[in-house]
Design a protein around this ligand. Sequence first.
Ligand code: AMP
Ligand code: MN
Ligand code: MN
Ligand code: MN
Length: 285
Amino acid sequence: MRIDLHAHSAVSDGTDSPAEFAAAAAQAGLDVVALTDHDTFDGLPAALSAAERLGVRLLPGIEISAQLRGASVHLLGYGCRTDDPDLLAELSRVRGGRDDRVPGVLAALARLGLPVDPAVLARARGDAPSIGRPHIADALVALGYVADRQEAFDRYLGDDGPAFVPRYAVGLGRGIDLVHRAGGVAVLAHPWGRGSRTVLPPATLERLVAQHGLDGIEVDHNDHDAPTRAELGALTARLGVLATGSSDYHGTGKTDHPLGANTTAAEVLAEIDARLAAAGGWDGR
Ligand code: AMP
Ligand code: MN
Ligand code: MN
Ligand code: MN
């Protein structure tokens, strides 16, 4: 079984429509794929019906923008009931924060000599319910300021870049609780990627498990090198939590993260399914 539990469609910052995304999962030979768009469930209905036609199992998911002491961290929620009012209210607040920061980013870019016409950004955003930095990156590419998304992040939009503007995110412990109250399973995304290791040291991960019942940790991810995966894998075993692996596919937005680049063991998915069944979550079937 080939199982990939973290991927994006154009409903957030991927580039495939939900139906194209399901087709890409079938094409990649996946048996199970989770759609985990940032802060929205909007892509799930179309992706689920396309996946069903193609014989791929689609696990409903989400990647929630969270924060710990002000530092950005990402939380994966699997099988959350998509009509949970508390979770929906929080997601709506996060998406509002995404849109509210855009004028500040555009002003910073203009000061840097990179004016962006809002119409260009609107085209880059497409039908996504909220704007992500990758959409702003796409606008910079369209205007010929940079060659690709990565250059846009490296020069301007990254967390230490000159056009970075912070935004609202959910407290991490509260995010885990919201996922659980919606019947879902909570897995911390790429905790030791891109410098976030200092934000999430082992003692903090242990506390999240003890105090909030964090279910799992994404171990096999392209932002983790081999020694990091080994260390994090050992930590998940010690803490008794699930270890997942996934591509974090973004379509053509991140060509080094193809679907199936990392995968999750069948026993781990079986445990996720068991927890969803026990908590009244939604396994997509
Ligand atoms: P946002 O959610 O708007 O803050 O944008 C974050 C998204 O941008 C992430 O989900 C990644 O897809 C992408 N991203 C963040 N940091 C980088 C980076 N340093 N290089 C490339 N892409 C990044
Ligand atoms: Mn992303
Ligand atoms: Mn992420
Ligand atoms: Mn992601």
